[in-house]
Design a protein around this ligand. Structure first.
Ligand code: FHN
Length: 598
């Protein structure tokens, strides 16, 4: 007969098991279930894990790691990418291939790499299955130029990593260079061994790139995402890659670099330019791929390591702006992870262990950057990331309209902090010293989701108003995004309900000349948009600026602010269009003529 407490224990265990099973059941990717072509999947469902997880490990590893930034006494300069060594020194394919035989990563342990990612707080891992040098770091049947058939190592690191990820609850993802291939005579990029004019790029796509992608999608279980790089030559080709991923693994995400440079962005989310950081305000899913030193692939010369504080501050900045942080490690050829990377990641992991709540599942904060740091938000909570502890231990939080129900340091939730109001600013009474000198997180429990005033654009004397994507408030489908060169604009507006508005505080009454800067395609030629403030409006006509993203500035006439004070200026399409009207960057209002005396 069971004793009551034994019964409880068994019941508890049963519940726990049931809980785990049901948790796994809702996440087939982590549970290792492969998907089928028939699975219906909305974009919102597919991106859900990515929105939550925020932090991933990028791994650049291949034959270039063996060269470690040096070829025949020539060095890759620190500050540039060591994995580009074949291209930088125009190493002949035959010689590079010969060198690749030497790859023998006897110190490689998939379990250790994955455990490092996990203990750092990273939730997904992206490994270079094939980089631009064309060498497959997995057992490919398409080409013998792969780590199993080409080296004495004879093991498949992609297989081992996929299994270690699944054992440890990390989402497994692969990088695949789909366009660039310096080994294949018809691939993109090698014009030192191969005559560009004789290339048959379609042959490369059909006989290497697509078959290898098919292998990766078929043989390594469910993939969290495929990380394509450097774009594709045409949108049609990019769509073929997207189609294959959607058919073979409908749950797998596709990054934006699958598509052509200079064209509309494709895929499920967008990648910032390498090591790029947006000024903020983006309204689509994005990720910032960044390095720990200045190269992606290992270089023995590059010792410009970011400190743990740099990494934490970058992560918080990215997450506070709504993005994901994909942080790269470049292991050595033998599989060892450089000691400075290990030390930094371990320290970041300690911080994440204590403060992960302020990162996972959070969204872009409506509060702007503060002199003391940044913030993230989730539900009715705001997390204040205090990078610089105020000398008087009073933390001002201007602009927040909510009542603060409770304030506490995330590492000491039971010790509530005092909150007072001063001229519309909430002031948190902090402990005398921070608990973490890099970032102490203060949680604010609010009376509802955070509310802040829209940003007000103010005016210096005689200076123009610069109304950009950052200070504008969008409605409808109009969204703030960036193009492949990291330039920001507002796009996707197709009808009058899609608008952007700015709140201005005019100090100088009078007439203003208006200038607008945008990029537009041929299809939008002559289409109309309206700029309005109060009862005044001006209708503009779109002039195409050429293919790709070329931003031009156009004069628009004048508007008048008859007295100083607050105004709202708005732009919207004048009618319904079946495509994006323009890629808007800036509206300038320049004082025209002498100051008006009221
Ligand atoms: O050329 C590559 C580079 O080697 C590296 O892989 C980075 C990572 O984002 N992507 C490309 C450049 O954008």
């Amino acid at each position: 007969m069971h004793q009551p407490n034994e019964f409880c224990a068994v019941q508890h265990l049963t519940l726990m098991v049931a809980f785990c099973i049901s948790t796994i059941a809702v996440d087939p990717q982590l549970a290792g279930q492969t998907t089928t072509a028939h699975e219906q999947m909305t974009d919102a469902e597919r991106i859900q894990w990515f929105r939550h997880d925020k932090f991933g490990m990028f791994v650049h590893w291949g034959p270039y790691s063996y060269l470690a930034g040096e070829w025949n006494g020539q060095r890759i300069p620190v500050g540039t990418e060591a994995e580009w060594i074949m291209q930088r020194f125009n190493i002949p394919v035959a010689k590079y291939r010969q060198m690749a035989h030497n790859l023998n990563p006897t110190h490689f342990s998939a379990e250790e790499w994955v455990m490092l990612a996990k203990s750092t707080g990273m939730k997904y891992l992206v490994i270079t299955a094939k980089h631009h040098d064309g060498f497959a770091m997995y057992h490919s049947q398409v080409s013998k130029y792969n780590i199993v058939d080409w080296t004495t190592f004879k093991r498949d690191p992609v297989q081992e990593l996929s299994e270690a990820c699944r054992r440890n609850g990390i989402r497994f993802c692969v990088y695949y260079s789909h366009r660039e291939d310096w080994d294949d005579p018809d691939g993109f990029g090698n014009n030192w061994d191969y005559d560009r004019s004789k290339k048959n790029f379609n042959r490369y796509l059909e006989e290497k790139s697509k078959p290898q992608l098919r292998e990766l999608l078929s043989n390594y279980g469910p993939l969290g995402l495929i990380w394509f790089d450097r774009g594709m030559d045409t949108p049609e080709h990019a769509r073929e890659f997207i189609e294959m991923v959607r058919t073979l693994q409908p749950r797998c995400l596709i990054n934006g670099r699958v598509g052509s440079y200079g064209e509309d962005l494709m895929g499920d989310y967008q990648d910032m330019n390498d090591n790029g950081m947006p000024t903020g305000g983006l309204q689509e899913y994005w990720e910032a791929p960044q390095t720990l030193n200045t190269t992606w692939g290992y270089s023995k010369f590059d010792q410009q390591w970011k400190s743990p504080g740099d990494v934490i501050h970058r992560m918080v900045e990215i997450v506070s702006k709504g993005g994901n942080y994909l942080l790269n490690i470049g292991p050595m050829a033998d599989g060892t992870i450089p000691a400075p990377s290990l030390a930094t990641l371990r320290r970041v992991g300690v911080w994440m262990q204590a403060n992960g709540e302020s990162i996972y599942g959070t969204s872009a904060s409506p509060l702007p950057e503060q002199p003391w740091g940044r913030s993230t938000t989730k539900g009715d909570k705001v997390y204040l990331h205090v990078f610089s502890w105020p000398a008087d231990a009073n933390l001002p939080v201007p602009g927040l309209k909510n009542e603060v129900v409770a304030a506490y340091a995330l590492t000491a939730p039971s010790r509530k902090l005092g909150v007072s109001q001063l001229d519309g600013t909430s002031v948190i009474a902090l402990p005398a010293r921070p608990s973490d000198d890099m970032d102490t997180v203060i949680a604010l429990q609010l009376d509802g989701p955070p509310k802040v005033d829209p940003p007000t654009v103010t005016q210096g004397s005689d200076t123009p108003f610069e109304l950009d994507y950052l200070s504008g408030v969008t409605t409808g489908k109009a969204i703030k995004r960036f193009n492949r060169e990291g330039k920001f604009h507002i796009a996707k507006w197709t009808n009058p309900e899609d608008s952007v508005a700015w709140h201005l505080l005019v100090s100088q009454a009078g007439e203003y000349n208006m200038r607008i800067r945008y990029s537009a395609r041929q299809e939008s030629k002559g289409e109309k948009y309206v700029i309005s403030t109060g009862a005044q409006s001006i209708t503009g006509s779109v002039a195409p600026t050429g293919e790709g993203y070329q931003y031009n500035t156009f004069d628009l006439g004048t508007i008048k602010f008859s007295r100083a004070g607050p105004y709202v200026v708005r732009i919207n399409p004048a009618a319904d269009y079946d495509h994006n009207l323009m890629y808007f960057q800036l509206l300038e209002l320049v004082p025209a003529g002498p100051r008006m005396v009221e």
